[in-house]
Ligand binder design. Structure first.
Ligand code: GLU
Length: 296
């Protein structure tokens, strides 16, 4: 068995919020509990959605919580050559193709109808590159159990290089997780539906597949994600020990007693860390109670 290597891979499209803190905390605790490494990768490959200064603030806020990566931060934007090499390999092997379609050309539900799979229609120029999907992908998520997805039916051939020339998230995340030797991925359940596409790419690129643990999405009673309710800078000014305690409770871990220091809380959290207790979904009532407590 290879040594455990985990990571937290935020996009700098906003600041750290309760949902992303949950992913940072769980991925860190699991890496520490497994005597492994915890890496930090800033996924800055979407300049239009990037919030200036967000990356530096995320890194600083993580450090303020005591979450320091074991290796230098990897900036995904520096990895263009590797992303381009993977795109070229997929094109060369016929597993990817240039596509002229835009969102408006998709079927209702966003499924790609295969328009450019056998070549660009006459007179149309390539905008993006898509990966050719075929059939079913199955994997075992450590929290959600067996997941099976039929990529033909659910999404069809998907974009791996965007119309603006940047690699798509699905491609970049697969190439960089492999390059960083990531063995175990712990991240939010909003990415559960991306995992089958990523495994399909790992198989096509002959890269190893890590294990997956998707954390529950935190929703308020109104069904909205907590992060949205908490505004753009939700953790600013909130006491870090309270936020960490809230996150541990949402992760189904035993409620830590009142402990004076952040270090003490981390030691307690690590000693009692039990990934098997992480709930698949978070009760709106529990989430709301935490929100109310934070509002006090
Ligand atoms: N960068 C992605 C995000 O912030 C997460 C990538 C991942 O964990 O796979 O949503």
């Amino acid at each position: 068995m290879s040594a455990y290597r985990g990571r937290f891979a935020p996009s700098p499209s906003g600041l750290l919020h309760l949902g992303s803190l949950l992913a940072a905390v769980a991925s860190w605790l699991e890496a520490r509990a497994r005597h492994g490494k915890w890496l930090l990768r800033i996924e800055d490959i979407d300049p239009p959605r990037e919030v200036p200064g967000a990356a530096a603030k995320i890194i600083a806020e993580l450090a303020a919580y005591g979450l320091e990566p074991d290796e230098p931060v990897l900036w995904q934007s520096t990895r263009r050559a590797a992303h381009d090499a993977a795109l070229a390999a997929l094109l060369d092997s016929g597993l990817a193709f240039p596509c002229a379609c835009s969102r408006a050309d998709l079927e209702p539900g966003g499924v790609y109808p295969g328009t450019c799979r056998r070549g660009l229609p006459p007179g149309r120029a390539a905008r993006s590159i898509r990966f050719k999907v075929s059939g079913q992908i199955a994997f075992d998520d450590r929290c959600h159990g067996r997941i099976e997805q039929d990529l033909d039916r659910d999404c069809g051939d998907f974009v791996i290089r965007r119309a603006d020339g940047w690699p798509a998230y699905q491609l970049a995340v697969v190439v960089d997780d492999a390059a960083q030797g990531i063995t175990d991925i712990v991240r939010g359940a909003d990415l559960l539906s991306s995992t089958a596409r990523q495994i399909a790419l790992q198989q096509a690129l002959r890269l190893p597949s890590p294990t997956y643990l998707h954390l529950p999405l935190v929703r308020g009673a109104d069904g909205r994600k907590l992060s949205k309710r908490l505004g753009s800078d939700p953790l600013a000014g909130s006491d870090r020990r309270s936020a960490l305690r809230a996150v541990l409770t949402l992760l189904g871990q035993p409620p830590p007693p009142a402990i004076a220091t952040l270090d003490g809380l981390w030691a307690y959290a690590l000693k009692h860390w039990n990934p098997g207790a992480i709930p698949r979904g978070i009760q709106p009532a529990a989430a709301d109670a935490i929100l109310l407590a934070e509002d006090d």
